[in-house]
Design a binder for this molecule. Structure first.
Ligand code: NAD
Length: 341
């Protein structure tokens, strides 16, 4: 963990590197007005761990890391703040790379680029692959299709009810793609602009942001913040499937067992939401959209295999998914014992 405080720019940030077995740590930078430093620390630790699993599951050669900036994205952003963050990232000499996440945009990191080259997901005009929202949504759609296939023997969304919580960079595209595929979409956001956009562009009548999670539907797609499935909500959910982009959708992993008991099929978040990471990781090879799409489409097969194994062994999908990533991490860790230089 690296605490980055800079009085001149007002930067207060924490970088966490969770694991570098597979390669340099990679993970976005979240900016939120955290209630306390402790809350920020808890968030960055959980998120960086999730990035390790996400990269490992997607077959990428990156480790897990994350940054949180303590501040209000609507008021506290400045050139100085993102340049100061860039300088801290540069001190890590490539052990960690970052880019946009909740509360930050690709454009913010154009300031950081003046101080560090260890950035991903920059705007296309600055040599990056651009916004990751739609590729993350494409991955979520793979997860939804795999879950529909497993549950109903038919991957089509035609006539299905999909509830989307959060209509930001990812959720908007999930809602749009689901509408295009013939689903009835129930959508909600706490931000009136986000709600207005889906109403005018997709013709969706928004619903209450707090009720959307408990609405009867085939698919619940959490695309806002984490902990959507918690001790209070788990027994009130009325969905058949959960597949969305939010990180850390379960308040704790034990809730995966409760979802299984309730017959709700859960697509583990760190697999369903890997599309954006797959996109930015590809920048290392020179971004190729076809290769990225192909890799994102593999989320479908991976999840189908996880769903089947979970049923065969009568364990949760989270258990199977975590075993899958730990196996890959252990394999790479073991072969690194061979001295190659
Ligand atoms: P975003 O900030 O663009 O959108 C999030 C939206 O959720 C905002 O419009 C916000 O108003 C809304 N929201 C917040 N609380 C809400 C609530 N209680 N009810 C309804 N809406 C609420 O973020 P994003 O990039 O779309 O990411 C969404 C989630 O997906 C986050 O958890 C993020 O970590 C995760 N994720 C994003 C990417 C990506 O490529 N952007 C990749 C992987 C995971």
């Amino acid at each position: 963990m690296i605490f980055n405080y800079d009085r001149a720019s007002g930067l207060k940030a924490i970088i966490a590197i969770h694991d570098t077995t597979l390669g340099p740590a990679l993970g976005g930078c979240r900016m939120l007005p955290y209630a306390s430093e402790e809350a920020a620390l808890t968030d960055v630790l959980r998120l960086s761990e999730g990035m390790t699993y996400k990269a490992a599951a997607a077959g990428l050669d990156f480790g897990g890391g994350k940054t949180v900036v303590i501040g209000d994205p609507a008021q506290d952003k400045s050139e100085g703040l993102f340049r100061a963050l860039g300088r801290f990232i540069q001190t890590l000499n490539g052990r960690y790379r970052t880019g946009e996440d909740v509360g930050t945009t690709a454009e913010d990191f154009v300031h950081s680029l003046k101080e560090t080259r260890y950035l991903v997901g920059l705007p296309k005009a600055f040599g990056g692959s651009g916004d990751t929202g739609d590729n993350t949504a494409l991955g979520v759609m793979q997860a939804i299709h795999a879950a529909l296939m497993h549950r109903y023997g038919n991957a089509s969304l035609k006539g299905r009810r999909v509830a989307v919580q959060g209509l930001g960079k990812v959720g908007y595209h999930v809602a749009r793609r689901a509408v295009e595929e013939g689903a009835t979409v129930i959508a909600a956001d706490i931000n009136p602009h986000a709600v207005g956009r889906v109403a005018s562009e997709l013709g969706i009548e928004p619903t209450d942001p707090w009720a959307v999670v408990e609405t009867p539907c085939d698919v619940l797609a959490p695309c806002a913040l984490g902990n959507v499935v918690n001790r209070n909500t788990v027994d009130r959910l009325q969905c058949e499937i959960i597949a969305g982009s939010a990180n850390n959708q379960l308040e704790d992993d034990a809730l995966a067992d409760r979802l299984r008991e309730r017959g709700i099929l859960y697509a583990p978040d760190f697999i369903a939401n890997a599309g954006g990471l797959i996109q930015v990781a590809d920048e290392v090879y020179g971004y190729n959209p076809d290769r990225v799409h192909h890799q994102i489409e593999m989320i479908y097969d991976l999840l189908l295999a996880i769903f089947r194994e979970a049923d065969d062994r009568d364990v949760s999908t989270t258990t199977v998914a975590l075993e899958h990533v730990k196996k890959r991490l252990e394999m790479v860790h073991a072969i690194h014992r061979i001295r190659a230089e």
